[in-house]
Write a protein that binds this ligand. Structure first.
Ligand SMILES: [Zn+2]
Length: 302
């Protein structure tokens, strides 16, 4: 059976912006998510023969050294996909023109680096609106992967982020309706993205634990431990769901060195151990393809 692993390569500046911290260094300095996180993920993927998909913020790809690193990952057979130009914190509140610009500007930069047309998109914070699907389709995109099929996400994210920032936070993270979305690749409805429909674009939902519909991505595994992951993996297998597992570049950055603190993110050594365990476990049970290949392999590619 096939599966896919994805990494959101949001630069450390997106986290610092979120926490209201100043940005040390200059544009010439390679972001630690690229210098450390990306490098460590590439090593693990090579070790376990994984072809993955990296979601890139256009602004990060403008930096010359980071651009070279992105070109290297493309050469290694991985896929690059669109994660907007500036990673807006409230992507769901943007106008159609702003959404179009965020997607087009990033697309243009990635096209210059990659060897193939860009096929996939993820909205920042899973905050996608239905109109975005038609914009992606018009641009010839093959898939979107912004749906996390859990009704709990808007609550979990708004409560945890309010605690984290010590003020009420209202984010457009996910939607309650996402809890009713299919767990495997599907064609969404043009208006209600969480329902099956006749859109020619494919939706690749991010893996949750079947049944409980709790998120399975690594922030939660860091929080609840390897047993949580093992349980999720078992449920995916039992339900014959192709995994779409989501990491973030920051998962493998030495945060102590960067003086950034994220709750439940333990030492780099411990996180590296958990991430390797996840990749190794998936590679034993599934053939891991890029997300584009997963969509094509299901006989659903364009
Ligand atoms: Zn992101």
């Amino acid at each position: 059976m096939y599966g896919t692993i994805q990494v959101d390569l949001d630069g450390l500046w997106t986290y610092r912006r979120y926490f209201g911290q100043s940005q040390p260094g200059s544009a010439e300095v390679v972001d630690p998510v690229y210098a450390e996180g990306l490098m460590r993920f590439l090593e693990l993927f090579k070790k376990y023969n994984v072809k993955a998909t990296f979601f890139i913020v256009g602004k990060d790809a403008q930096q010359p050294e980071q651009r070279k690193l992105i070109a290297r990952l493309v050469e290694a057979g991985h896929e690059i996909a669109n994660h907007t130009m500036s990673h807006p914190q409230h992507f769901n509140l943007l106008s159609a023109e702003q959404v179009e610009d965020e997607i087009s500007d990033c697309d243009k930069i990635l096209q210059e680096i990659g060897t193939k047309a860009i096929a996939g998109f993820r909205a920042p914070g899973f905050s996608i609106q239905a109109d975005t699907l038609s914009i992606l389709r018009e641009k010839g995109y093959m898939y979107d992967t912004s749906v996390i099929p859990s009704s709990l996400i808007p609550f979990i994210m708004n409560i945890s982020h309010s605690i984290l920032r010590r003020k009420p936070v209202c984010m457009g993270a996910g939607r309650i309706g996402f809890g009713f979305a299919p767990l495997d690749v599907y064609n969404p409805d043009q208006k209600r993205i969480w329902k099956k429909g006749d859109s020619l674009l494919f939706e690749v939902p991010v893996s949750v634990i079947p049944g409980l519909r709790l998120p399975l991505h690594s922030s939660y595994v860091f929080m609840f431990g390897k047993g949580y992951f093992r349980y999720g993996l078992k449920r995916l297998q039992k339900n014959n769901v192709s995994p779409c597992y989501l990491f973030h570049g920051i998962d493998l950055v030495d945060l102590e060195k960067q003086k950034v603190s994220i709750p439940f993110f333990k030492t780099l050594e411990k996180r590296l151990n958990v991430c390797e365990y996840i990749i190794k476990s998936f590679s034993k049970k599934y053939e891991l393809l890029t997300t584009r290949q997963l969509v094509q392999t299901n006989g659903m590619g364009l």
